[in-house]
Design a protein around this ligand. Structure first.
Ligand code: CTP
Length: 400
């Protein structure tokens, strides 16, 4: 499965709120991901951002009013509605949500919405008190029942100075929702998937720990891809700076022992495990309860072995499909196959982390997927999102 957005027609509706400027970033990212974007702005949106911004980003004219929507004989709102694979309204004000719920069509944006056959998805952004008003929440409830999509707003400091719910969702989150609505391949529907991601922190004292450079990107991409494909996902993550994928059940863990305990609690109820976490093999035997002061010229720490989470899952597995990840700097094939067999796995992705372009921290990856009793499939260099889908494609081919 390739980049879902490539070649898709996204109609972006921008309504009048301060978050309208963030729609420029959204537009730019959608285009970079290969989507075609056309923009409708309400008159109040144009007070916040000039249409020229969107005209330049999309290399298309910006649609502003019902009677000037096309230069040709076509009826503007109808042709825009027919063109779109998805209508995304970001930011969506309380006003446009109210109009949608009441069936009011009094400008190009609301008229187009009423003519849409494709799905409409709102990304609300407004003051927190407005967002909490029963009328607005009722409208959202009603629209959801009618099949409209909603991207929940974030919490934080709002433009008006208030704190609370109502911030436009982060652009990365909006894009994930768009991908979710556009992805038609739901081959993981009904599957429960556990994904582990990121590094672990093994404490030395209250202010220091041992870790590794894993960013968590590979695991988060796997989790997001499984969600796109309809799976129910538990994401057990070590400390990372990443925004969790939409709709994942997230468990934040710290040390290998913490991750081990969390994974074992979930394991019995899942069908598949992607163990991408870079779990520390050793921890400090005795963590100091107070900050260690530098008194001597050298400091010796005694390390003891951590449990091997995946090996334990290999022992306990019944129906579960186990996918391991082996980050190697040399002799990839021998090491990866050795782990596939000794940990009782079904698949292992061998990763060469000696290259700067792929592996830890990078947005790119390449590797070789070793399959129990079958041999291997090389996966060439690509971004981690596409890489995740390629691994899942190979796994799904063999289990369904
Ligand atoms: N793994 C695990 N628990 C550990 C260590 C590793 O569950 N304590 C999992 C990793 O998440 C990965 C797989 O085992 O899916 C292989 O990890 P890797 O670090 O490559 O292998 P190790 O078994 O730790 O062997 P070594 O470090 O000696 O290469």
């Amino acid at each position: 499965m390739d980049n879902i957005l490539r070649g898709k027609n996204i109609l972006l509706g921008i309504t009048g709120g301060i978050a309208a400027y963030k729609a420029a970033d959204l537009t730019s990212k959608l285009i970079r991901l290969g989507a075609k974007v056309k923009v409708i702005m309400t008159p109040s949106a144009t007070k916040f951002v000039h249409p020229l911004t969107f005209q330049s980003l999309t290399e298309n004219r910006v649609y502003l009013d019902v009677f000037g929507a096309t230069e040709t004989y076509e009826i503007g709102h109808i042709s825009l509605a027919k063109w779109a694979d998805l209508f995304v309204i970001a930011p969506a004000t309380a006003n446009i949500i109210g109009k949608a719920a009441a069936g009011i069509a009094d400008d190009l944006l609301s008229t187009t919405m009423l003519s849409m056959e494709a799905k409409t998805v709102f990304a609300p952004a407004m003051n927190t008190v407005m967002y909490g008003k029963p009328v607005l929440q009722d409208n959202i409830k009603k629209l959801k029942e009618w099949g409209f999509g909603f991207i929940p707003p974030g919490k934080g400091r709002l433009a008006c100075g208030d704190w609370g719910e109502g911030k436009l969702a982060d652009v990365g989150i909006i894009i994930q929702h768009i991908e979710y609505h556009l992805s038609s391949k739901k081959d993981m529907e009904g599957l429960k998937v556990l994904v582990t991601a990121g590094p672990t922190h093994e404490a030395i004292d209250p202010v220091r720990y041992i870790t590794n450079p894993s960013s968590g990107k590979m695991g988060y991409s796997i989790a997001a891809s499984c969600i796109m494909r309809g799976a129910e996902v538990d994401l057990v993550t070590g400390p990372t700076n990443l925004e969790p994928p939409i709709n994942a059940r997230v468990y934040k863990t710290d040390s290998a022992i913490d991750m081990y305990n969390t994974v074992l609690k979930i394991f019995d109820r899942v069908d598949m495990v992607f163990m991408t976490a870079a779990v520390a093999d050793y921890r400090v035997k005795e963590t100091a309860s107070k900050k260690i002061k530098k008194t001597d010229d050298s400091l010796i720490l005694e390390l003891v072995r951590n449990p091997d989470i995946l090996r334990e899952l290999g022992k306990r597995k019944r129906r579960q499909v186990l996918i391991g990840f082996a980050a190697e700097t040399h002799d990839l094939e021998n090491h990866a196959i050795g782990k596939l067999e000794s940990k009782n796995l079904d698949f292992i992705l061998g990763n060469d982390v000696s290259s700067d372009e792929s592996g830890f921290g990078s947005d790119l990856n390449r590797g070789v997927l070793f399959i129990r009793g079958e041999g291997s499939v090389p996966i060439p260099m690509m971004n981690k999102k596409e890489f995740a889908h390629r691994i899942i494609d190979e796994v799904m081919k063999r289990i369904r």
